[in-house]
Write a protein that binds this ligand. Structure first.
Ligand SMILES: C[S@@+](CC[C@H](N)C(=O)[O-])C[C@H]1O[C@@H](n2cnc3c(N)ncnc32)[C@H](O)[C@@H]1O
Length: 347
């Protein structure tokens, strides 16, 4: 039995059913046994691919987005910060695209698991600092470029059910040798506000997720920087699509060995759990902290605008494009090109 199953069972025995967000936090980020602590979950031998694993051109497009913005504003590059940097592959591609003339003065890589982050990058002579959280960065000490890919969809979420009887929150109990979901009455004014703002009216039954970490992240970003250009790429959509009554079971799903599974409570620590990002919520939280939205578009549109295709044309590599399905999926409607969105902020 996986050690996390025992550990979570013990917590439930001592304190009663666990809120789903606590279960998700332990399953993904427990310091010893969490999913993102053990093994390489991303890539061919893992459970899913992220875009930087598919093509270095993805990170180069993010780098070009920064270059264009800085050139238009006549600003120096400043420092570079990635939220949820994983194994640092994306950061390497972004730094490469910035090149020597827009090289960042410093690179900050943030991840709960700092063990996999690089301390050096070929072709970059500046300082690379790794952080477990933003709290260690001094107030107003950062100026420059911030980005995140598949960071917000990996944050633990609270799960709610709205019905005529009121709001209930998903908890996890242990019964008959299995983790089971149980819905308990919830008093959560911030979630009722969230629902009033983003949920479509009506009292029909609806399961939805609320990501409690989002407001704190934008407050932290505002605390550390007085000027930044921010690129956020993630799985998700506008609020109306994420909280769509046509998706009555919400958006949470589990990934295991490249398959999407419905069993959210099975295999804690051995499967990924992820929920769609509500981009209106992100943009609103950003605005409340003084960051304005420059653009919100599909990943395909973002990549196309930042030279992803031209790279293949320039390299005369039409064949690579024709035969490489994952590569096309990054760009085209129907695949990651459409279900991922790119949000650009400044402030
Ligand atoms: C799906 S992975 C994406 C990794 C990388 N950005 C990529 O595109 O391949 C999400 C990463 O975010 C990190 N992460 C999640 N929540 C975090 C938090 N609150 N603070 C720091 N890192 C976090 C995880 O440890 C994990 O490495």
């Amino acid at each position: 039995m996986h050690p996390l199953v025992d550990l979570i069972r013990g917590r439930i025995r001592d304190g009663g059913p666990l809120p789903f967000a606590t279960f998700m936090d332990l399953a993904l980020y427990h310091p010893l046994h969490g999913y993102y602590r053990s093994g390489p979950p991303i890539g061919r031998r893992g459970d899913f691919f992220t875009a930087p694993q598919v093509a270095a051109g993805f990170g180069r497009a993010v780098g070009r987005c920064f270059r264009q913005a800085l050139a238009a504003l006549g600003l120096p590059a400043g420092a570079l910060l990635e939220l949820g940097a994983g194994d640092g592959r994306l950061a390497t591609d972004v730094v490469c695209a910035l090149g020597p003339d827009a090289a960042p003065a410093a690179v900050h890589l943030l991840d709960q698991n700092t063990a996999r982050l690089p301390r050096h990058m070929a072709g970059y002579a500046g300082e690379i600092t790794v952080h477990e959280n933003l709290g260690v960065i001094a107030p107003a000490s950062f100026r420059g470029m911030i980005y995140a890919n598949e960071f917000f969809d990996a944050l633990p979420v609270r799960r709610f059910r709205r019905s005529r009887a009121g709001l209930r929150e998903a908890h996890v109990a242990w019964r008959r040798d299995r983790f089971r979901e149980t819905w308990l009455p919830a008093a959560a004014p911030e979630v009722l506000d969230y629902l009033a703002r983003y949920g479509r009216g009506g009292v029909g039954r609806l399961v939805f997720e609320y990501s409690p970490g989002v407001p704190g992240i934008f407050r932290e970003l505002r605390r550390i920087t007085d000027r930044a250009w921010i690129v956020i790429i993630d799985y998700g959509d506008r609020a109306g699509r994420v909280l769509d009554p046509a998706r009555p079971n919400g958006t949470l799903r589990a990934f295991h060995r490249h398959r999407v599974l419905a069993g959210l409570l099975a295999r804690p620590g051995r499967q990924d759990l992820t929920a769609d990002v509500n981009f209106d919520f992100l943009a609103d939280q950003a605005r409340e902290n003084g960051f304005e939205t420059i653009s919100l578009e599909t990943q395909g549109q973002f990549l196309a605008r930042h030279g992803f295709l031209e790279e293949f044309q320039a390299a005369g590599d039409a064949r690579a494009w024709a035969v490489n399905l994952p590569l096309r999926q990054l760009l085209l409607p129907g695949g990651m090109g459409e279900v991922f969105k790119g949000l650009v902020l400044r402030g």
